[in-house]
Design a protein around this ligand. Structure first.
Ligand code: SF4
Length: 214
C-alpha cells in the first residue's frame, strides 16, 4: 500500500469524526432489513429524498413478510414519491416472495432482483459491520482524482483496491465507507471539487495537477 493511500485513509478517518451525515438508516442499531431498504432506494435517489419517505415506508412495511403479504399497489404507492416505483415495487415483491430473511452472503444478496454489488456490499458493511469495500461511481471519482493512474481500470481490480484501502476492523471499515460516500458528496463533488478546503489537496493527483497548471 502506497504512502499516499495510507495518508488518505488516515485523513479520511479524521475527517469522518466531524463530518459524517446522520440518517435513520445509519443508526448503529439499524437492522439488516432497514439498511437494505435504504440502500435499495439510495442507488437512484438522493439521500434527503429517501429520508423524507423512509420512516413512513418502514412503518407500513417493517419486514419482508409484510411486503410479501401486501398488495403490490400499496407498495407502489409507498415508493411513488421516490420514482421508479413500479420497477422497485416489483423487485421488492419478488425478493419478499422468495425470501423469509435477507441473505447475508455477498454473492447471494447481490443476485437478488435489482440488487447489485454496491447495494449488497453497502448493506452488509453498514448493517453487519463487515469489512467489505463499496465501489460506486462517486467512490470511483474520488479514487481516480486522488490516485490518478494508480487506481486500476477493471471492476475486479477496483474492488481489490477499495478493499485494501479499508481499515482493519469491520467497525472502522463501516466508518471509512460512510465517510468516503459523504466526502464524495460534500467535498469532492462531481463538477466542482472543493480542493482549496480539502485535506488531500497537498497529495491528490488532480489537485496537484491543477496547481501545476496555474
Ligand atoms: S483535493 Fe480536490 S479532487 Fe482531490 S480529493 Fe480533495 S476535493 Fe477531490
Amino acid at each position: 500500500m502506497s504512502e499516499t493511500a495510507i495518508r488518505f485513509r488516515e485523513d479520511l478517518m479524521t475527517w469522518a469524526k466531524g463530518e459524517i451525515r446522520e440518517y435513520p438508516w445509519r443508526a448503529p442499531d439499524a437492522s439488516l432489513y432497514e439498511v437494505f431498504v435504504a440502500e435499495f432506494f439510495l442507488t437512484q435517489t438522493p439521500a434527503d429524498n429517501v429520508a423524507d419517505v423512509y420512516p413512513e415506508f418502514l412503518d407500513e412495511f417493517d419486514s419482508l413478510a409484510t411486503i410479501d403479504e401486501s398488495h403490490e399497489d400499496e407498495l407502489v404507492a409507498a415508493i411513488e414519491p421516490l420514482g421508479f416505483h413500479n420497477m422497485r415495487a416489483e423487485a421488492l415483491k419478488r425478493i419478499a416472495t422468495n425470501h423469509d430473511e435477507l441473505p447475508t452472503e455477498p454473492e447471494r444478496l447481490r443476485s437478488l432482483p435489482r440488487v447489485g454489488p454496491y447495494v449488497a456490499n453497502a448493506t452488509l458493511c453498514f448493517a453487519l459491520k463487515r469489512r467489505i469495500p463499496i465501489v460506486d461511481r462517486n467512490v470511483v471519482r474520488v479514487y481516480e482524482r486522488v490516485f490518478g493512474d494508480a487506481f486500476p481500470q477493471s471492476d475486479s481490480a477496483r474492488e481489490a483496491f477499495a478493499e485494501e484501502m479499508l481499515p482493519a476492523t469491520g467497525e472502522e471499515a463501516r466508518t471509512y465507507n460512510l465517510a468516503l460516500l459523504d466526502f464524495g458528496a460534500l467535498v469532492c463533488h462531481k463538477r466542482s471539487p472543493d480542493c482549496p478546503v480539502c485535506f488531500a489537496s497537498g497529495y491528490c493527483e488532480y489537485a496537484v495537477g491543477l496547481a501545476e497548471d496555474q
